[in-house]
Design a protein around this ligand. Structure first.
Ligand code: IMP
Length: 429
């Protein structure tokens, strides 16, 4: 196998960063293909916690090549800050960080529009990260976006920027009643100052990746956010603005779907969600509190407390279907160590009837009633367990239950944030 994708199967924050970090050892390239610095990947190496928003977690491995693909929307200042950060911790990005010249740039007016749109939505707000992601993708689809390649052509960039500033000022004032004025000269010179710092990393990543795959180099695609936040198959409109499932890989990396060989999903042993939107297994009680406290469920990008609930396998099964998962990695199993009983959602009832498909609308999903199986807890620490056989019987049964329900294997189980707090039953590559 030379290409492998890792995607979230829930609403994000499944612990992809740690798993991608481990799998990066076997990769030549680690590639992000969608999203921007709305993501927050936390990786703990030798007790030191690193939070990355844009750079793939693979950047922490010396010598690994990291790609920010054409499907991303990039905050250049955020990119530069992360480059500086990894240099400070002794890692060099030179010669191994590649940023697509086709990726779109996030400008201050995108962030203002994000805030204005959320404000106007009021109680129905999405709860975005306010990083300007949605407005930047809106410009991309509206064919008025500015791509990194545009910054190379001074006159054309100036013209596009002027037009965009005017359009956004008018929109903010007249549509959102949220007037903001943007200083063209300041934005232009600031963007160019940062662009010059990162220009050496900018290249045509589409041909780079196609050549690498054709040469049998090993490419790991790292999904940010997750399948249920995917703009097409997620819980629309409470989603992010990109294809954050594996469906986004071909378009966002510029490679044929025939080039993605295996796709593995990541699921937490329970479920969390940040921001608004339906969440059938959400627990607004002490059990939810305990999950939040044990799982340290606070957003790594925004610091917001995450909503918590039991594992929703019915939703994960939908993700397994759309991504055609080859297997599922379970993370944060140790968070369940404290529970006498563990509930797992295995179906939804809508208007008193069991349904056989994951609802397409947020309205339906709000109305479903989860159907639970209750499994016995293990009430033992699993953090230091190194092999599947050492896990308590009840924990093994929990994993087997997941495998049987989904019909796919669980090759890796994570029982803590550190790299070595991981049970590897079968090597993915
Ligand atoms: P946006 O991506 O900032 O537009 O936010 C859209 C939705 O996706 C909101 O509900 C966010 O909380 C959620 N979201 C975006 N990025 C992440 C992430 O990395 N983890 C979890 N949720 C996210």
């Amino acid at each position: 196998m030379s290409t492998l994708a890792i995607v979230g199967t829930q609403w994000g924050d499944e612990g992809k960063g740690k798993i991608v970090d481990i799998l990066s050892e076997g990769a030549d390239y680690i590639v992000r293909y969608q999203g921007g610095n709305n993501a927050g990947h936390t990786v703990v190496v030798n007790g030191v916690k690193y939070v990355l928003h844009l750079l793939p977690s693979g950047i922490l491995h010396d010598g690994k090549k990291c790609v920010l693909g054409n499907g991303m929307v990039i905050d250049l200042e955020g990119l530069w800050n992360e480059v500086e950060f990894i240099k400070r911790v002794g890692k060099s990005p030179e010669g191994r960080l590649f940023v697509s010249e086709r990726a779109h740039v996030i400008f201050p007016y995108h962030k203002a529009l994000d805030a204005a749109s959320e404000k106007l939505k009021g109680d129905g707000s999405i709860g975005t990260t306010l990083k300007g992601i949605g407005p930047a993708y809106r410009d991309k689809a509206g064919r008025v976006g500015i791509r990194i390649a545009d910054l190379k052509d001074e006159e054309s960039f100036k013209e596009k920027l002027r037009w965009n500033i005017r359009e956004k000022e008018l929109t903010l004032k007249h549509v959102y009643n949220y007037p903001v004025s943007f200083n063209f000269d300041e934005i232009y010179s600031h963007t160019m100052r940062i662009y010059e710092k990162v220009a050496d990393f900018v290249c045509d990543t589409v041909s780079l990746l196609n050549r690498a795959i054709d040469a049998q180099e090993r490419v790991l695609f790292e999904g940010a956010q997750a399948t249920l936040l995917d703009i097409d198959v997620g819980t629309y409109p409470f989603v992010t603005s990109s294809n954050s499932s594996a469906l986004g890989i071909p378009a966002g990396a510029g490679v044929s779907p025939k080039k993605v060989e295996k796709v593995y999903g990541i699921a937490k042993a329970y479920t969390t969600r940040v921001g608004g939107g339906p969440f059938p297994t959400e627990l607004k009680d002490n059990t939810g509190e305990l999950l939040r406290a044990r799982g340290h469920e606070y957003g790594s990008t925004t610091g917001r407390p995450r909503r918590c609930g039991w594992l929703d396998l019915f939703a994960v099964k939908f993700s397994a279907q759309v991504n055609q998962l080859d297997g599922l990695v379970i993370t944060k199993l140790d968070v369940l160590d404290a529970f006498d009983q563990i509930k797992v959602c295995v179906g939804y009832e809508l208007n008193g009837q069991l349904i056989d498909r994951f609802p397409s609308t947020a309205r339906e999903l709000e109305q479903v009633k989860p159907v639970y199986e209750t499994l016995p807890g293990w009430k033992q620490k699993t953090t230091n367990v190194k092999s599947f056989n050492e896990l308590p019987e009840e924990a093994k049964n929990f994993i087997k239950f997941v495998e049987d329900y989904l019909g796919i294997p669980v090759p890796i189980i994570s029982t803590g944030p550190q790299r070595d707090e991981t049970v590897i039953r079968e090597r993915i590559w």
